[in-house]
Design a protein. Structure first.
Length: 294
């Protein structure tokens, strides 16, 4: 009887030890498995961080290449490039996890969309400039200067600017152009379609300058369509050894206060595509912009 009790007790002890061993083995397995999962997650996060930084570096390189070509869209490109650089610095400093990397990936996607838009615009401008260089007529130099994108005009403007006191120079701001259809009633309806356009309304602001010379001030406005044609009067004026073909001239009375200038350029048969608007103070380009008619 005593032996039976001892055998039962021994069996119970052995069972408890076996269960304890199995529990320990299970715990070690789960711990090892969890460790492997965490290590995999850390590796995946690190890889994704590197991938995002690599993608951002490619965006930055594309902007660097565009700036090296001296594109006229340099202000926009510089602004977008700065956003890319700032995001790269933020990602490098941040303690990355799945949530934050998802946010950074979305921010990269947004920057990538904008990059593709800008690159398409740059390609359009390249094609238009290439077409312009084939027009070897008497107005070739003037048209190239009017687009504001060749080094000859930049050099001329720099030479002119050296002869003028910076403090008395007038600033032309907020150059805008809108297309309108004229109703029989005389009402003007804004439009983006070339076929519906009857007039172009061009406006700009002459900034206040207390030390500038007051009196009549004449600005020459040049509008060039997508076929490299100067619209409007197509008058030519010379400033020393330089000449300018312009669409119309606008003379205002300047009394050292801000002046808003608005002029209409009527026409018909407007071409589809990108238009270039340039404002000259004598022979100096002081403001430029573009707009598109569909």
């Amino acid at each position: 009887m005593e032996n039976q009790k001892n055998n039962n007790l021994l069996k119970a002890i052995i069972l408890v030890l076996v269960l304890a061993l199995l529990g320990s083995l299970y715990y070690n397995f789960k711990l090892s498995n969890r460790t492997n999962i965490l290590e995999a997650d850390v590796k995946n996060v690190s890889t994704e961080k590197e991938n995002i930084l690599k993608d951002l570096e490619e965006l930055k390189s594309s902007y660097d290449a565009a700036l090296a070509e001296n594109t006229t869209m340099s202000d926009e490109i510089i602004a977008e490039r700065e956003k890319v650089v700032q995001l790269m610095e933020e990602i490098k400093r941040a303690k990355s996890d799945v949530s934050s990397l998802s946010k950074y990936r979305q921010m990269y996607n947004n920057l990538d969309v904008k990059n593709k838009e800008l690159m398409r615009e740059i390609e359009v401008l390249k094609q238009q400039n290439a077409e312009l260089t084939t027009n070897l007529d008497s107005t070739k130099v003037v048209l190239e200067e009017a687009k504001g994108y060749n080094q000859v005009l930049v050099g001329q403007n720099e030479e002119l600017s050296k002869t003028v006191e910076k403090g008395s120079k007038l600033s032309v701001l907020n150059l805008k152009t809108g297309a309108y259809k004229l109703r029989n009633s005389g009402k003007e309806i804004a439009t983006e379609k070339a076929s519906r356009t009857d007039i172009l309304k061009i406006s700009f602001t002459i900034a206040e300058n207390n030390i500038a010379k007051s009196g009549d001030k004449t600005y020459y406005v040049q509008v060039i369509d997508s076929k490299s044609n100067v619209l409007g009067d197509k008058s030519t004026i010379s400033f020393g050894d330089k000449s300018l073909t312009y669409s119309f001239a606008s003379t205002v009375q300047y009394e050292n206060k801000t002046v808003q200038v608005t002029e209409n350029l009527p026409g018909k048969g407007f071409e589809k595509g990108t238009y270039f608007v340039n404002v000259f103070d004598k022979g100096e380009l002081v403001s430029k912009s573009t707009f598109t008619l569909k």
